[in-house]
Design a protein around this ligand. Structure first.
Ligand code: GLN
Length: 493
């Protein structure tokens, strides 16, 4: 098989090829390393680790030869730079971490290596995962492999997991890890024609992942297909005594769930997600998705999630509040950047002023404000109350027998680099209007590519599930994927 063909495989077909000895992990890994080099203009990787990759591939080839293959044996993956990797620079794409090299491995990545996967490198993201366009990274913006037809301007790959989404879409890894606090797996997946699932809060360990907002953060995969994302999540998920929020539940056979179908399922369509000024093509896509699920045997039911409109403002209180507390540890004393001063206070000030980017500083200031005496009750406590109401909206829908909820993934297709960041940050925050509710309620959500807009750019649909029922999302996602087909950018780099 030619190099280009190898890198174009899905995770599932690459796994089959390795097991049937059609090619070796070393050959597969070399194909990706060559593609990565050619794709440097995309700026998806912030660190390539070819030596690591080839060593891991050689070890995998030995295990494959002995018939001892793990679930991801020999499969080359990209890792978001928010996951600590032992001995490999991890920065959260922030200057404040400088050249930080962790002395430990995150639980998620350690499980990937346990199962035999190969690490190609670390992927770009928004600084501390704060953003929806990956434009806040200290390494610069990753470029979306997709371009509008007849227009060669560069588009964002979404955020914060923009590097992960760009890399999967451009065939420079088979699949990638990502994290999602308010939409950072699902929105970039929708912008790049890839599949992204944010699992239920507690399904995946957060240990060793740089914290943004701990009550919302959850890791998951971005992959080429629904099946590939099921294979990835199986390895990433599971109870971890090192993360007290991780839940002690058996990890289901997600792969088996993919083929389960949707016959007899009740799929809810929430009227509150029909936003004013929503583009016609998003509305059409949504209707198309409902029709596909109906044709596959599901019942479509109109539902109401009345507190939806408060989710975004409440999120932008809760998330910065937790961020301001989590980011207090970056003080120039323990690790990362240090800018000396006359005394310890000035050292803190100099280090934090120099190390954090503009958006991160904005969040720290908002967070500190809403947590301060006198404002705590008015903002933080109220936002938490709203959060409870949002969660209850979903519980009520599920109590009435709804199995999953279908919504658009994003209010638009990918936008131009610089198009929003210079304007008001609120416009950028609106990108997460369909995704933040899911984090606020701790539920699982998957984004699946469902079509192209009038300019030929990918659009995604989102399915939201019951707590710990990722299986239904894989089943319903597969129905959409089969009806919509696969989407691949034309290579211009
Ligand atoms: N875009 C949202 C934010 O900026 C969500 C980011 C995320 O999920 N990490 O907070």
């Amino acid at each position: 098989m030619k190099t280009a063909d190898l890198a174009g495989l899905t995770l599932a077909s690459a796994r089959d090829g390795l097991r049937s000895k059609a090619f070796t992990s070393t050959e597969l890994t070399k194909a990706f390393l060559a593609n990565m080099e050619a794709a440097r203009p995309l700026n998806a990787y912030v660190l390539e680790t070819p030596d690591h990759a080839l060593k891991m591939a050689a070890a995998s080839d030995e295990r494959l030869a002995k018939g001892e293959a793990g679930a991801l044996e020999g499969l080359p993956l990209g890792i978001k730079d928010l996951f600590c990797t032992d001995g490999v620079r991890t920065t959260a794409c922030s200057n404040i971490l400088g050249n930080f090299v962790p002395a430990y491995e995150s639980t998620v990545t350690s499980q990937l290596w346990r199962d035999g996967a190969v690490m190609l490198g670390k992927l770009n993201n928004d600084e501390f995962a704060m953003g929806s366009s990956n434009e806040t990274s200290c390494f610069g913006v990753p470029v979306n492999p997709w371009r509008a037809s007849g227009d060669n301007r560069s588009l964002v790959a979404g955020g914060s997991s923009g590097g992960s989404a760009a890399a999967v879409s451009a065939d420079i890894c088979l699949a990638a890890t990502a994290t999602d606090t308010g939409g950072s797996i699902r929105q970039p997946a929708a912008f790049t024609g890839t599949v992204g699932i944010k699992p239920t809060y507690g399904r995946v360990s957060r240990w060793g992942i740089v914290a943004f907002a701990s009550s919302l953060d959850q890791a998951g995969p971005i992959a080429k297909t629904v099946m590939d994302s099921a294979i990835m999540l199986k390895s990433m998920a599971g109870h971890d005594p090192k993360d007290t929020t991780s839940v002690d539940l058996a990890v289901p056979d997600f792969e088996a769930a993919v083929r389960r179908g949707v016959k007899g399922l009740k799929i809810g369509i929430p009227s509150e997600y029909r936003m004013d000024g929503m583009p016609d093509e998003i509305e059409k896509l949504w209707k198309q998705g409902a029709d596909w699920l109906k044709a596959a045997g599901a019942t479509i039911v109109d539902i109401s999630l009345p507190h939806t409109k408060y989710a975004l403002p409440a999120y932008y209180i809760v998330a910065p509040a937790e961020a301001s507390s989590n980011l207090a540890r970056y003080d120039g004393v323990r690790y990362g950047l240090r800018k000396p001063g006359r005394d310890i206070v000035e050292l803190y000030e100099n280090t934090r002023a120099a190390g954090f980017g503009k958006e991160v500083k904005r969040r720290i200031m908002i967070g500190t404000y809403v947590l301060s005496a006198g404002y705590y009750d008015a903002y933080y406590v109220r936002a938490q109350q709203v959060r409870t109401l949002i969660k209850k909206d979903f519980e009520d829908a599920y109590a009435e027998g709804i199995d999953a909820i279908l919504t658009p993934a994003t209010p638009s297709a990918a936008f131009g680099i610089g198009a929003m960041s210079v304007a008001s940050p609120i416009e950028m925050y609106l990108n997460d209007i369909f995704t933040v509710t899911v984090n606020m309620a701790g539920l699982p959500g998957i984004a699946v590519p469902a079509g192209l807009d009038a300019r030929g750019l990918p659009l995604g649909l989102q399915l939201i599930g019951r707590p710990f029922d990722e299986e239904t999302l894989f089943a319903a996602g597969q129905v959409i994927e089969e009806a919509a087909g696969h989407f691949h950018p034309k290579r211009w780099w």
